[in-house]
Design a protein around this ligand. Structure first.
Ligand SMILES: [Zn+2]
Ligand SMILES: [Zn+2]
Length: 346
């Protein structure tokens, strides 16, 4: 089968590999579609220490079960459409026992420690079934939007810490797909949303997809100053940093109201730190939250939100590519010319 494998930064190649065999473990899944995540793009641009050479990448996938080991929990059968929370916990460490399987000490993730979804077939490992990471999808004419359930689950995870209420002001830094989904979810909770995006082209792209959002370019007054002015001097109740820019983290903190909450959604490249003013956090009782991946429960919630139309995933998918054009898809995703690129198998 054809598969897109990682061999180092800028060294990902579409290759012929033997089709996987699930054996007595897990399920063989014929991939329907797999979308390109910001993490995949980071791996493509800068390499990844977490990924073995020769690994098939891709973790935002939808597929069809074609073979299933006997005795797996969950009542799955061949012919089921499935997706998966790609970060699989061990079930035994402190975090797993507390239900925070995304914080597992031995986390194993599709596309990183297991072969992923940019291929004709993937094996969903037994451990994913045992940990409840696999879930069925309703068969619809277009299954492709469900590839967005994983990034949406990460957004849900981040907002679970922020406790956004109706009437609150939310500032989102970055208008990529993650920023856009944060905006939709916050709007669904009744919040007023501001998006800070310095790039005019990206503001235009996002503006076509989102209603009732105020875009802020930053500029002379500074993003924080503008947010404070637009919220009547109070500041935002929550700020979400949906980009990997240190300066946006400090702007986000400066833009917050007293008792505001800050979500550091995007990690910084190169182990960056030191962007936060700790006295401001102290005196204004600011809550600062990290976020990493998502739990199976959050993936199922995401799938329901997509299915129910609370989040219209279809409109965020800017371009579909066949597997044979995955190299173009990665190049275009890395250039930022597409909001969300999805590989759709023939
Ligand atoms: Zn992802
Ligand atoms: Zn664990």
């Amino acid at each position: 089968m054809r598969a897109y494998r990682y061999w180092g930064d800028r060294e990902l190649r579409l290759e012929d590999v033997p089709a996987p065999v699930p054996g007595s473990e897990g399920a063989l899944v014929k991939i329907v579609a797999c979308s390109i995540c910001g993490t995949d793009v980071r791996m493509y641009r800068f390499g990844s220490e977490k990924t073995d050479k020769g690994r098939i990448v891709g973790h935002e996938m939808v597929g069809l079960i074609t073979e299933l080991a006997p005795g797996l929990p969950g009542g799955f059968k061949t012919g089921d459409y499935v997706s998966m929370a790609p970060a699989i916990g061990c079930g035994e460490c402190y975090s797993c026992v507390k239900g925070r399987t995304n914080m597992c000490d031995h986390l194993a993730t599709m596309g990183f420690q297991y072969d992923g979804g940019f291929a004709e077939y993937a094996v969903f490992p037994k451990r994913a079934f045992l940990m409840g990471n696999v879930y069925t999808l309703p068969p619809l004419d277009d299954m492709v939007p469900f590839t967005l359930s994983e990034p949406l689950a990460c957004v849900i995870n981040a907002q679970s810490y922020l406790r956004i209420e109706a009437g609150e002001d939310v500032a989102i830094f970055g208008s990529g797909i993650i920023g856009c989904m944060h905006a939709e979810l916050a709007r669904a909770r009744g919040a007023r949303v501001f998006i800070v995006e310095p790039s005019e082209e990206r503001r235009r792209q996002a503006g076509e997809l989102l209603d009732d959002v105020t875009f802020i370019a930053g500029g002379k007054e500074g993003a924080a100053g503008e947010i404070i002015r637009l919220t009547g001097g109070k500041g935002a109740d929550a700020a979400i940093i949906a980009c990997s820019v240190g300066a946006a983290q400090s702007d986000g903190l400066q833009s917050l109201a007293k008792c505001g909450r800050l979500s550091l959604f995007g990690g910084l490249p190169g182990g960056g730190s030191g962007f936060l003013d700790s006295n401001r956090i102290h005196y204004r009782e600011i809550g600062v939250f990290g976020v990493h991946a998502s739990t199976p429960a959050q993936n199922k919630t995401a799938m329901e939100l997509l299915r129910g139309g609370t989040i219209n995933a279809g409109k965020f998918i800017s371009k579909r590519y066949p597997l044979s054009e995955i190299e173009t898809a990665f190049r275009e995703a890395a250039e930022g010319s597409v909001l969300k690129a999805v590989i759709v198998m023939d």
